[in-house]
Design a protein around this ligand. Sequence first.
Ligand code: PLP
Length: 374
Amino acid sequence: MSLHPETLLAHAGTSVDTNNGAILHPPQMVTTFHRSGDGSYPSGNIYTRSSNPTRRLFEETLATLEGGAACAAFSSGQAATMAILQSLSPDSHVLIPESAYFGIGALLSEVLEGKSLTFDRVDMTNLIEVKAKILPNTRLIWVETPSNPLCLISDIEALARLAHQNEAVLVVDNTLSTPLLQNPLKHGADLVMHSVTKFLSGHSDVLAGAVIAKEETLLQKIRQVQILGGAVMDPFSAWLALRGMRSLGARMRIHQENARLIASFLAGHHRVKCVHYPGLATGDVQTLVAHQMSGYGGLFSFEVYGTAEDALAITSRVKVFTRATSLGGTESLIEHRYSVEKPPTTTPPTLLRCSVGLEHPDDLIEDLAQALSF
Ligand SMILES: *Cc1c(COP(=O)(O)O)cnc(C)c1O
């Protein structure tokens, strides 16, 4: 019987403990494992930096949900990104989106560039431009779709073809969609990266990341970097992430329904210039969304008329939304990204990003309506 993702999620990490009948295993808060007299490790575990049963349970669950062969779980989304980049051979060139989660560009430009890698930014929604920027030593193309915070949609299948023609791998940051709404490996991507901190965990209390590979061999070097470098997901975070994932199906339905209602309200507001949300896409973008996604998610952004200061002032008036960074929790968050990212960011100065939580949608709409009335 092939089960739907909602069913797999509802049972994530649950199985009967035959020792005592408990229907859940507690987190294995332990660093080291017993060695037999003959020198072997019968459990397969040696030391928690290399492997831990709770982390492995999380990894197997997420690999299944993404349709991948294997998964490695990290101490944060950025640690997962770092391991992917550090696994490349020296002198590799990397292409990243002009508009994407701010941290990947900062990691490349401030930490890695020059040491072993070079990189370029490109508009990943424009395949002609992507093709033109591929170099003979391009080994990795990174795409985030929908992107944070502009919700840009890139064509995963077309980018995978371009990458493979050049012996490069395509990595998709799938944080905003989660495996419930988009499975990039099924569209030709080689690796999927998640900030587990966001919708997957879902309660703003876990910092974690993950990489899922289409084939086990693609994960070997990444695992080596992870285990030797030590940026692993700790057992309690793995346990909390699994607990969060069990309600992802139900949460995502509400995140998305709320986001759709608020985005539609804002799209008709006289102070709002435009709303960026996959659910409001039109034309070719709408076709692409329908082809590679099964839902629109809970994050959108909007641009207001006026200045950066006007946009910031709107956030000062919210009462139900919380002013904070991050996304994917039960509470709605609003953020003026431009003042965090600073020029030369591609994020517009008058953009506000909203992560829509599980509150009653009328309260959220009323809150934004009063914040926008000045
Ligand atoms: C938050 C985020 C990251 C980074 O993840 P951390 O867990 O904060 O290290 C990467 N990509 C996207 C899209 C994110 O939202």
